[in-house]
Write a protein that binds this ligand. Structure first.
Ligand code: AMP
Length: 382
């Protein structure tokens, strides 16, 4: 019996799965196990039920979709305690090549605490454990880390192998020039990644909300834009570090600013660092979009994590779209670090033009920080 941790944390609207890439990405490992006559027991989390059996987060829709995709029945035994007597019995009765899916592991409050008792309960269902959940690899929970202690063998699956190969190769053995593009909301969540990437890249591009702290640190005015005053020194240090290492640090030269945080706000384009009071930067401007796209043109490897603006509002999505298009147009190896950037690339229909779109936003960011991912380390240690 092979217990497989997948990342089936899929987006849903009114109970309908809106993007099943995380399910399709798990299929190579499942196919391999079925072909080799394993009794397959799948598990995953979905959303944040906060340790209660909130049926809004049941994995039933995932069982149905996976069944459709594989053209076979997936046995789904929903239990509030995840591992119940019925679940144990069903796992015992599985025939080789049959597939079963457990209920959302986050129905149990112990899951996110990496509690040994729940880890043992999960481990009791199988002899071999496969971790194929890259999206949660940066967390140490029962179903991806704790469980490895109580099984005979623990390994990573094909999706995990692919993610590690692409991200690892891009960061540690890139074809140069190597360009990294960072966006998103905050500098504080990108401290280590900026620091680590300056050691590795030829060009570092910083857009999104993160850039305003750099503009302020350079003596500019940023109006009501996202700003982290505690990180002004850090921003200047990173600039100095980039200069000392010969890394080109590209920041916005203009911004689309708005008089309210709304798609219908009045807007204007102003030079970066010259944002008037009462206005906030919600996107990179057209000159910046050109600058960033040009930097990508000559790259051989590009890694992108984080939107260039508030792309959820169409009027402030142009910068993110321009970067997505530039990546789609280049022959470089292009790696999209999950989360918002992956959603943007897919929404724009550029998904198949990218070399690799990671299934894990947070995990890929921690990978780019050079951190060891607990989910990978635990499987490798066994
Ligand atoms: P993160 O979770 O740090 O990757 O940030 C993603 C979020 O950053 C998205 O929801 C964007 O809307 C937001 N964001 C990007 N640029 C800006 C900006 N200029 N001002 C405010 N929020 C932004």
């Amino acid at each position: 019996r092979v217990l497989v941790r997948c990342d089936f944390n899929v987006p849903q609207k009114d109970g309908v799965i809106t993007d099943d890439i995380r399910i399709t990405s798990a299929i190579p490992t499942i196919d391999y196990l079925v072909k080799n006559r394993a009794k397959v027991i799948l598990m995953s989390h979905l959303g944040r039920p906060e340790g209660t059996a909130d049926m809004k987060y049941t994995l039933k829709p995932v069982a149905d979709r996976l069944g459709e995709l594989l053209g076979r029945e997936i046995l789904f035994v929903s239990a509030p305690e995840v591992v119940s007597e019925d679940v144990r019995r069903a796992a015992d009765l599985l025939e080789p090549g049959e597939i079963m899916l457990l209920e959302n592991v986050r129905f149990r409050k112990e899951e996110t605490k990496n509690d040994p008792a729940f880890s043992k309960e999960l481990a009791s269902l199988g002899e071999i454990f496969v971790n194929d959940a890259f999206g949660t690899a940066h967390r140490a929970h029962c179903s991806n880390v704790g469980v490895t202690k109580y099984v005979k063998t623990a390994v990573v699956g094909y999706l995990m192998e692919k993610e590690i190969a692409f991200l690892g190769n891009a960061v540690n053995n890139p074809e140069r020039p190597f360009v990294a593009i960072l966006g998103g909301s905050k500098v504080s969540s990108k401290i280590s990644v900026i620091d680590n990437l300056i050691d590795k890249v030829d060009v570092l591009i910083i857009g999104g909300g993160t850039a305003y702290t750099f503009a302020k640190a350079a003596g500019g005015t940023v109006g009501d834009s996202l700003l982290e005053m505690d990180y002004l020194d850090y921003a200047n240090k990173m600039k100095e570090k980039a200069a000392a290492k010969g890394v080109k640090l590209l920041l916005p030269v203009d911004n689309v600013v708005a008089d309210a945080f709304s798609n219908d706000a009045n807007t204007q384009v102003v030079p970066a660092g010259q944002i008037p009071d009462g206005w906030e930067g919600l996107d990179i401007g057209p000159e910046t979009a050109k600058l960033f796209a040009d930097a990508v043109k000559t790259a051989k490897t590009v890694v992108w994590n984080g939107p260039m603006g508030c792309f959820e509002m169409p009027n402030f999505a142009h910068g993110t779209e321009a970067v997505a298009k530039a990546l789609a147009d280049t022959d470089a190896v292009t790696i999209i670090g999950g989360g918002d950037s992956a959603a943007a690339v897919n929404q724009l229909g550029y998904g198949d033009k990218m070399t690799h779109i990671s299934t894990g936003g947070g995990a890929s960011l921690e990978f780019l920080e050079g951190k060891e991912l607990p989910g990978v380390a635990a499987a490798n240690d066994k």
